[in-house]
Design a protein around this ligand. Structure first.
Ligand code: EPU
Length: 429
């Protein structure tokens, strides 16, 4: 097991370069299965979810070559099976994109029900509805989703009952090579959906409307190879912006698309950060005390749920009482119990957290229960008085490239410590 040991109370200073977007990469890599020929994908983040996705593709017979640690070439012309490895697929959420891509290209897919962060119930009914509308037979048996079609999928009108990133992406993937014009209504609008559409269009697909709530996919017979660069990670950028807001100091956050951060910037400014936007960077400073504010998470362009835990940590040290409302997931407050160990005063009632700011947090041993919760605890540790030990950091390393190195370069006192496995039980004397 690995933990991070953080000596808190040091302001962050300097600069940080943001990596490629996790949630774009884990959609674009399986989308490469639709491509006839080799595609080169640049700016992929070196994180566990991406490594796992590449392994899943290798395992079904794709030729996956790492050109360097942030660039990969994929050729899917010699796929030997459309059945994904069960144990690997159930480790990540995004493995469900293999269903849309394999079904769309080869007419069949067998993929384990997905895993990923435990955020309460995470149904995939909208994904299966879309596949069925496109003409596939879909069944769930023994932990697998089985999908197949006789011949090419047929275009359809797909109305999504909930705004779902995953179901929007899977509908696009399945429709790219389908026969006719597919219309996806009530689509999600996240930047990584636009990025996926741009990737597919650059390979010869015909996807329009991505970034609005109606996406049209005109099926083409085939798409061919090319080179594509993934957008910067909006949530990684927001996480470092929140960290500077929490600790104080001044950091230039580089290699970003400021427009994607509008909502995060607005909320951190309400909390007391001073943020100056440049073409592809933002300068974040915090000199004044933190202020309370209210937050409600919503699909893009609303405040992202993936920034909710990090923002709550900042508010836990702001003067006054703030309300945080989770508008996307049923249960995304499991980290609150850990924050309480550090002195935070937060009570949770259903989807709302009431955050009563305290003057400062105190270091404590805590456990990361999922990716963003882990990032939030790191921020808490950086801002707290004393030493914080964050355990189960494998969750964090699923989604943040070189987080320890990046924070150290900004002046944080954080180190990664390997611990022997297994429980250590000490008898009380
Ligand atoms: N939903 C359904 N039925 C479905 C699909 C979704 O009811 O078939 C509901 C969910 O239960 C949820 C809402 O719709 O209440 C939104 O879920 P969505 O499908 O948008 O989430 P997702 O695609 O499973 C992606 C990200 C998450 C991020 C959400 C929301 C990936 C791999 N994951 O998940 O990212 O929280 O969108 O923006 O892209 C993270 O990066 O830490 C993370 C959890």
């Amino acid at each position: 097991m690995t933990k991070y040991v953080i000596d808190g109370g040091h302001k962050l200073r300097g600069e940080v370069t943001i990596s490629g977007a996790k949630n774009a990469a884990v959609a674009i890599i399986p989308a490469a299965l639709l491509v006839d020929g080799t595609c080169r994908i640049e700016n992929i983040p070196e994180i566990r979810d991406v490594t796992l996705m590449l392994d899943l593709l290798r395992d079904i017979g794709a030729d996956v070559r790492l050109i360097n640690r942030n660039c990969v070439e994929i050729n899917a012309s010699k796929i030997r099976t459309t059945k994904a490895d069960y144990d690997m697929a159930r480790l990540i959420r995004a493995s469900y994109y293999l269903i849309g891509a394999l079904l769309g290209r080869f007419g069949s897919a067998q993929v384990a029900l997905p895993g990923g962060c435990n955020l309460g119930d995470r149904p995939i009914d909208q994904h299966t509805k879309a596949f069925k509308l496109l003409g596939a037979n879909v069944d769930v048996q023994n932990g697998y989703v089985f999908a197949d079609s006789e011949g090419r999928l047929k275009a359809a009108s797909i109305y999504l009952d909930v705004v779902s990133v995953g179901a929007t992406i899977n509908s696009i993937l399945a429709a790219v090579l389908a026969d006719g014009l597919t219309v996806i209504e009530n689509a999600a609008k996240e930047p990584h959906i636009v990025d996926l559409a741009n990737f597919l269009n650059s390979m010869g697909a015909n996807v329009s409307g991505a970034g609005t709530d109606v996406i049209k996919v005109r099926g083409v017979k085939s798409i061919s190879g090319g080179t594509y660069t993934i957008i910067p990670d909006q949530i990684e950028a927001g996480t470092y912006m929140a960290a500077v807001t929490a600790t104080g100091g001044e950091v230039l956050v580089k290699n970003i698309i400021p427009k994607h951060l509008d909502c995060i910037t607005a909320k951190l400014a309400e909390m007391g950060a001073e943020i100056t936007e440049y073409d592809d960077s933002v300068l974040v400073r915090r000199v004044a005390p933190l202020s309370k504010t209210n937050i409600k998470t919503l699909p893009y362009p609303g405040f992202p749920t993936d920034m909710q835990p990090q923002a709550t940590v900042v508010l836990s040290m702001a003067e006054g009482m703030s309300l945080v409302t989770e508008g996307v997931w049923d249960s995304r407050y499991r980290y609150v119990e850990e924050l309480r160990r550090m002195g935070a005063k937060i009570s949770v009632d259903g989807k709302t957290a009431v955050v009563e700011g305290v003057p400062s947090l105190m270091g404590a041993p805590v456990r990361a229960c999922d990716l963003r919760a882990g990032a939030a605890l790191v921020i808490a540790g950086l801002a707290a008085e004393g030493t914080t030990e964050v355990e189960d950091v494998s969750h964090i390393e699923r989604g943040y490239e070189h987080i320890v190195e990046k924070l150290t370069a900004m002046g944080a006192h954080i180190r990664r410590v390997e611990m022997p496995d297994g429980p250590s039980i000490q008898k009380a004397q």
